[in-house]
Design a protein around this ligand. Structure first.
Ligand code: PEP
Length: 252
């Protein structure tokens, strides 16, 4: 049975002292989480270690927002898999649309990061999703297919158990414009079918596919009832204790 993964991407918010306070509040408020729900927070790099120490022993997992595709060496400003692992990071968000569009990361580069993360035992959350203009020209499936195929190049069937895909339509991220449950379900079902084509039925049915894009307490329940939606990757609404806890405790 697939679990739901509710993940908070804090982006470039919360200085380390505030991040620690916030993590303490989350730990206090999320003592009881259903067994079929995994909760993860992805603080900025400077807050990772502090948050790691606070959530240790709780049900909250730690994620990073990026990773470098090299082992170590002369890569000024970058963070390696070993650095993340050493402070207790388990998940890493890769290919977020802000990295694709602001920092020009392409599918080939994202693929290298996915391979590096998996080879080190980190769990990548691979983000895919179309632009509004691509949806309007009917190219959503074409774009998502290309992203999935290229970013998973060289990923083995065995490694797929550690990978999560987040479908995040770019037009829904941080805009308040959430995809309807039907729009999201259509793309999630398409991704699962594609994974079956690329791997096999079991790999596809075990894969966690999160939805991301303006998920809020008042729309999560309608999204999560859909068969192929297995949780949410959340930006804005993950930055308030009440709203993030409500998301974690969504009604199925
Ligand atoms: C995101 O950044 O992955 C995201 C989904 O942001 P928001 O929830 O704010 O739309």
């Amino acid at each position: 049975m697939r679990k739901y993964l509710i993940a908070g991407n804090w982006k470039m918010n919360l200085v380390p002292s505030k991040a620690k306070e916030f993590a303490e509040e989350l730990v206090d408020n999320l003592k009881k989480i259903n067994d079929d729900i995994i909760v993860m927070v992805a603080p900025p790099f400077t807050a990772l270690e502090g948050v790691s120490n606070i959530i240790k022993g709780s049900k909250i997992k730690l994620g990073a927002q990026n990773i470098n595709d090299n082992e170590d060496g002369a890569y000024t400003g970058e963070i390696s898999a070993d650095m993340l692992l050493d402070i207790g990071v388990e998940y890493v968000i890769i290919g977020h649309s802000e990295r694709r569009h602001i920092y020009n990361e392409n599918n080939e580069f994202i693929n290298k990061k996915v391979l590096k993360a998996l080879s080190k035992g980190l769990k990548p959350i691979l983000c895919v999703g179309e632009l509004l203009s691509e949806r309007e020209t009917g190219d959503t499936e074409k774009v998502v297919r290309e992203q999935v195929v290229k970013c998973l190049n060289g990923v083995s069937r065995e490694q797929m158990v550690n990978l999560v895909i987040a479908y995040e339509p770019v037009w829904a991220i941080g805009t308040g414009k959430v995809a309807t449950p039907e729009q999201a379900e259509e793309v999630h079902a398409f991704i699962r079918k594609l994974i079956e084509e690329l791997y096999d039925k079991d790999t596809a049915s075990d894969l966690i596919i999160q939805y991301g894009g303006s998920v809020k307490p008042d729309n999560i329940d309608g999204l999560m009832v859909k068969e192929n939606l297995d949780g949410a990757l959340v930006g804005g609404a993950s930055l308030k204790v009440d709203s993030f806890c409500r998301l974690v405790n969504f009604n199925k």
